[in-house]
Design a protein around this ligand. Structure first.
Ligand code: MLC
Ligand code: AMP
Length: 503
């Protein structure tokens, strides 16, 4: 089965079943989903979308947004979701690079994004709102629900998700129908999702976790979701008793633990809590078990690879580890410099291979080649080891990356913005332990003599240039940055120096 949508359709013969219920109580069943995605697929065709064309979307989370994702699969288009926090400046790069046939924006940003599209020569920019409003819906309303789904080969692209580079430009990870299908099918069976499941979905749907892991697994299981527009601790607590499972980033668990309403009784119907996208502290794991009686299942993935490893469903879920390679996925540890395999237990680069691993970076053959070994293993940039029981441990990152509340922030990108400011000699951006976000983006800045820069001034200058989640939570000023004999900034020393900034 080439097209992922065909598998989703096949898994849902009984279309009267509920697909999702929103936080405000709106019901969408599978019949609605299939009818409306057919209409949207026809609308995309009317707009000139052909198989292989990119459809870039920056829209708020709603049932319509997921329906549009399915419409892209059905029409053979390549879905390109963008973080709703991105500024127009940030989006410009993605649109220039991906050359989408159609861009779909939130109604409140339609004019701004349309102007951008005009300047880039992109002819079609429509809007889609969370109430089924917007110019795209006006076209959709006129369309027929019947649509002949476009045949796809397993290796055809289903989506492009941009991931920023540690150096240089952001890279579009090309994910095929088979990448997405094989990973969702594996997770569905590994985590035992069935039609009886109700997943609490509070993640954004422009990243792997909320879109592919949570949504595809639900769709392939024929399960249903409580679909919240964003994470809100009180709302999650309110809905948990009606669900069987939840997937979240560690910040979800940290925040829920702060609520006295989180009790064993509240979650007695739940069979599975999954965490990923960032390290879950062993303390959080233990505290969660003490409070709820549940051991969170931690798994490890990446935009480029979907999910690679998972703690077991039945066996022991070990805090501080990301479990075993998933069925069909090979994981090995190598010397980061030479690529030589390391002995079991040694720390090195985590490399992965399997049907989950992406096809390469959009229009970047050299970068793609640089991140794969000759035998097809992908070099993740994460450092880890495999213990004597086979559990994978992530012990650090070989890439200069901060993960804040599950969102990746590339220090280089923030440093480039700060360095360009008047009065700045240079800067170093680091991740410092943060009780809520896991890591807090922190900037250490060297000002030119005679310039009196302030924390508020730096933050004000960054506002509107970078998405809010990338903005430093603190800015410190120093006379010099510590450097090693090679002249490289010693970020480890800065991380030690500012370790207590958020405690
Ligand atoms: C929001 N802010 C953040 C932030 N999210 N700052 C740093 N890090 C974040 N993650 C900003 C807001 O803009 C706001 O700025 C201020 O911080 C406080 O906002 P908040 O109300 O506390 O944030 P909230 O809206 O509650 O969002 C926090 C969150 C959210 C953790 C719920 O970030 C989230 O849903 N994260 C999930 C990310 C995710 O899905 N990652 C998966 C990637 S896929 P101001 O200035 O307005 O006050 C992947 C692969 C894999 O990694 O393995 O899964
Ligand atoms: P992204 O590029 O947004 O997909 O982020 C992928 C990165 O998130 C990985 O390379 C890891 O560094 C990190 N990550 C994902 N899951 C985990 C986890 N369970 N523990 C630690 N890091 C994780």
């Amino acid at each position: 089965m080439g097209n992922l949508f065909a598998a989703i359709r096949a898994a849902n013969q009984d279309v009267s079943r509920t697909f999702l219920v929103t936080g405000s109580g709106r019901h969408v069943n599978y019949a609605d989903l299939f009818r409306d995605s057919g209409r949207m697929a026809n609308a995309l065709v009317i707009l000139g979308v052909k198989p292989g064309d990119r459809v870039a979307v920056q829209i708020d989370k709603s049932p319509e947004a997921l329906t549009l994702y399915l419409a892209c699969l059905r029409s053979g288009a390549v879905y390109l979701p963008l973080n709703t926090g991105y500024t127009a400046r940030e989006i410009e790069y993605f649109l220039r690079d991906a050359e989408p046939r159609v861009v779909i924006a939130s109604p409140h940003r339609h004019v701004e994004i349309d102007d951008l599209c005009i300047s880039l020569g992109i002819e079609i920019c429509e809007s889609l709102g969370v109430e089924g409003d917007g110019t795209f819906c006006e076209i959709v309303d006129l369309c027929d629900p019947a649509f002949a789904d476009v045949e796809r080969q397993p290796d055809d692209l289903a989506a492009i998700l941009y991931t920023s580079g540690t150096t240089g430009r952001s890279k579009g990870a090309m994910l095929t129908h088979h990448n997405l299908f094989s990973n969702a099918e594996t997770l569905q069976s590994y985590w035992r999702f069935t039609k009886d499941d109700v997943l609490l979905h509070a993640l954004p749907i422009f990243h792997t976790h909320g879109l592919f892991v949570a949504s595809n697994v639900t769709l392939l299981a024929g399960a249903s979701m409580i679909f919240l527009s964003k994470f809100d601790g009180d709302e999650v607590i309110r809905h948990l008793p009606r669900t069987t499972s939840m997937m979240g980033v560690p910040t979800f668990y940290v925040r829920l633990l702060q609520s006295p309403a989180l009790t064993k009784d509240l979650v007695r119907h739940i069979r599975l809590f999954v965490s990923g996208s960032a390290p879950l502290l062993a303390d959080t794991h233990r505290e969660w078990e003490a409070r709820t009686g549940h051991r969170i299942l931690e798994r490890y993935g990446m935009t480029e690879t979907n999910m690679n490893t998972s703690n077991p469903y039945d066996g022991e879920r070990v805090a501080g580890t990301v479990g075993f390679p998933l069925p069909g996925v090979s994981v090995r540890i190598t010397d980061p410099e030479s690529g030589k395999h390391l002995a079991q237990g040694e720390i090195g680069m985590i490399e992965v291979k399997g049907p989950n691993v992406f096809r390469g970076y959009w229009r970047m053959p050299e970068k793609t080649a640089a991140e794969f070994r000759a035998d097809g293993f992908f070099i993740t940039g994460d450092l880890g080891k495999i213990d004597d029981r086979g559990y994978v441990h992530i012990v650090g990152r070989g890439k200069d990356l901060i993960i804040s509340g599950g969102y990746n922030v590339y220090p280089k990108e923030v440093e480039t913005e700060i360095d360009a400011m008047l009065g700045v000699v240079e800067s170093a951006v680091i991740g410092v332990d943060h009780p809520d976000f896991g890591e807090g983006v922190t900037a250490v800045v060297v000002a030119q003599k005679g310039h009196s820069l302030t924390e508020a001034g730096v933050l004000k200058a960054l506002d509107g240039r970078l998405a809010k989640f990338k903005l430093p939570k603190r800015v410190f000023f120093v006379d010099d940055l510590p450097r090693n004999t090679m002249g490289k900034v010693q970020k480890n020393l800065l991380r030690d120096q500012y370790a207590d900034s958020f405690q």
